[in-house]
Design a protein around this ligand. Sequence first.
Ligand code: HEC
Ligand code: HEC
Ligand code: HEC
Ligand code: HEC
Ligand code: HEC
Length: 335
Amino acid sequence: MVKKVIFLAALICGLFLFGGCSQEETKKPEDKQQKQQNINVVEAVYGQWKKSGHAAAVEADNPTEAPGLREEGKCFFCHNGYAFERQAANLEGIGILKGTSCDTCHTGYGYSLMEKGTVTIPLGDIKGGKGALCISCHSGRGKTPDQKSAPHGSVQTDVLLSKSGAEVEGFNYGRSPHAGVTDTCLACHMADGKDGISDHSFKMNKEYVGNSCGKCHKFDTLNPPAKGDYDGDGKKEGIQNEVSGLLGVVKGAIDKKLDGGKFASAGGKIQFEDKQGKVLESPPSPEVYNAAWNYFLINNDGSKGVHNPSYSVQLLQQTYKALMGEDIPKAELRK
Ligand code: HEC
Ligand code: HEC
Ligand code: HEC
Ligand code: HEC
Ligand code: HEC
C-alpha cells in the first residue's frame, strides 16, 4: 500500500496554538525566551508526529479508492482529517485527503471531544476522558460476529471494554483493569517522553515505560509476566508472549479444520478457501467463523493482551474449545 504524507499547515497551526504566531512583538527578553521554548516544544512534537501512522492518510493503489475519499461506510470520517475536523456528513466540499494532523486533534471537533470527555460510538456513549478523542476513531464501527463480516483494524476500544467478541454462551468474560484509567488511551500512549513532552509518536515506547505503565506498576516492560501458561507451551512467559502464543494456537486449530484450505480478512469480510483454492460462499461452520473472528479481533487490537488481559485470553481459550471440543492441551485456563 502506498502512503503519502501531507503536512498541511501543521507547523503553522502548532505555532499559533502555543503562542508563536502572536501579532504583538514584545521586547522583553524573558518573553522571547518563552517563545523560543514554545517553538522547541512544537518542533519536538512535530518530529514525533511526522513519523507516526497518523501523519499519513491510508491510501489505496487507486487514489480515489483511499478510505479517506470513500463515502459509503463513512470511511472518510476516520480516514480524512479534514472531514473529521468539520464533522462532515458527506464528502461535499472535501476535496483533499489528509491524515490525523495537529488540527484534527487540537481544533474543532477533536478538541471538543477532549473537553467533553464523552463520545457516542456504535457501542454507546463512552466516557474516556481526553481519550474520547482517540475512541471516536479507534472503535470497531459497531461490527459484530454475524457469520459474514470481519473485525476492522480499529477495535482497540471494543477490546478494552470487553465487547464485540464471538462469545460462547454461559461463560462469564472478565473486564479490564485498564478500561477505567483516567483519560484511557492517553494514560499509556501519550505518557511523557524523555524530553518531558507527551509522546506524539502515539506508539508505546519501551524507553518511557516508567512514565506509562510505571504510573501504576512496578515493572518496566510492556510484556510483564503473565499469571499463567495460557497457551500451554509449558512456559509461563510475558502476557504479550502468552497472547501471541494463543493467537498461533487458534490459527493452527482453524487451519486444521480447513484441512488444507485458507482464511483471510479482506474487503471487510472473512474469506475462506478450500484446499483447491476455491472461495467458499459461506463459512464452513459457525465455530470456524467465530474462531476466525476472534483471531482477527485480538490480532487487530495490536496490544497482544495488554489492553484487556482477561478478555483476550478467555476469548481465545474459549473459541478453541468451541472449535476443537476440548480445552487447549496443558494450558492454564483463565476463569
Ligand atoms: C470509526 C472510524 C473508522 C471508520 C468509519 C473506518 N475506519 Fe478504517 N481504520 C480506522 C482506524 C483507526 C484504523 C487503524 C487501526 C490500527 O492501526 O490499529 C483503520 C485501518 C484501516 C485500514 C488498514 C490500514 C493500514 O495501513 O493498516 C484500511 C485499509 C481501512 N481502515 C479501510 C477502511 C475503509 C475502506 C472504510 C470504510 C468502508 C473504513 N476504513 C472505515 C478507523 C476507521
Ligand atoms: C481522526 C481519526 C483518528 C483519531 C482522532 C485518532 N486516531 Fe489513531 N489512527 C487513525 C488511523 C486512520 C490510523 C492508521 C494510520 C495508518 O496506518 O496509516 C491510526 C493509527 C494509530 C496508531 C498506530 C500508530 C502507527 O504509527 O502506526 C496508534 C498507536 C494510534 N492511532 C493511537 C491513537 C491515540 C492514542 C489517539 C488519541 C490521542 C488517536 N490514535 C486518535 C485514526 C485516528
Ligand atoms: C494500559 C495501557 C494502555 C491503554 C490504556 C491503551 N493502550 Fe493501546 N497499547 C498498549 C500497549 C502496551 C500496546 C502494545 C504496544 C507494543 O507491543 O509495541 C498497545 C497497542 C495499541 C495499538 C497498536 C499499535 C501498533 O503499533 O500497531 C493501538 C492502535 C492502540 N494501542 C490504541 C489504543 C487506543 C485507541 C486506546 C484507548 C481506547 C488504547 N490503545 C489504550 C497499551 C495501552
Ligand atoms: C491524535 C491526536 C493528536 C495529534 C495528531 C496531535 N496531538 Fe498534540 N496532543 C494531543 C493530546 C491528547 C495531548 C495532551 C493533551 C493534554 O494532556 O491536555 C497533546 C498535547 C500537545 C502539546 C502539549 C505538550 C505536552 O507535553 O502535553 C503540544 C505542544 C501539542 N500537543 C502540539 C501538537 C502539534 C504541533 C501537533 C502536530 C504536529 C499535534 N500536537 C498533533 C493529541 C494530538
Ligand atoms: C492508570 C493505572 C494503570 C496503568 C497506567 C497501567 N496499568 Fe496495568 N493494571 C492496572 C490495575 C489497577 C491492574 C489490576 C491490578 C493488578 O493486577 O496489578 C492492572 C493489571 C495489569 C496486568 C495483569 C492483568 C491480568 O489480570 O492478567 C497486566 C499484564 C498489566 N496491568 C499490564 C500493564 C502494562 C504493560 C501497562 C503499560 C503499557 C499498564 N499495565 C499500565 C492499572 C494500570
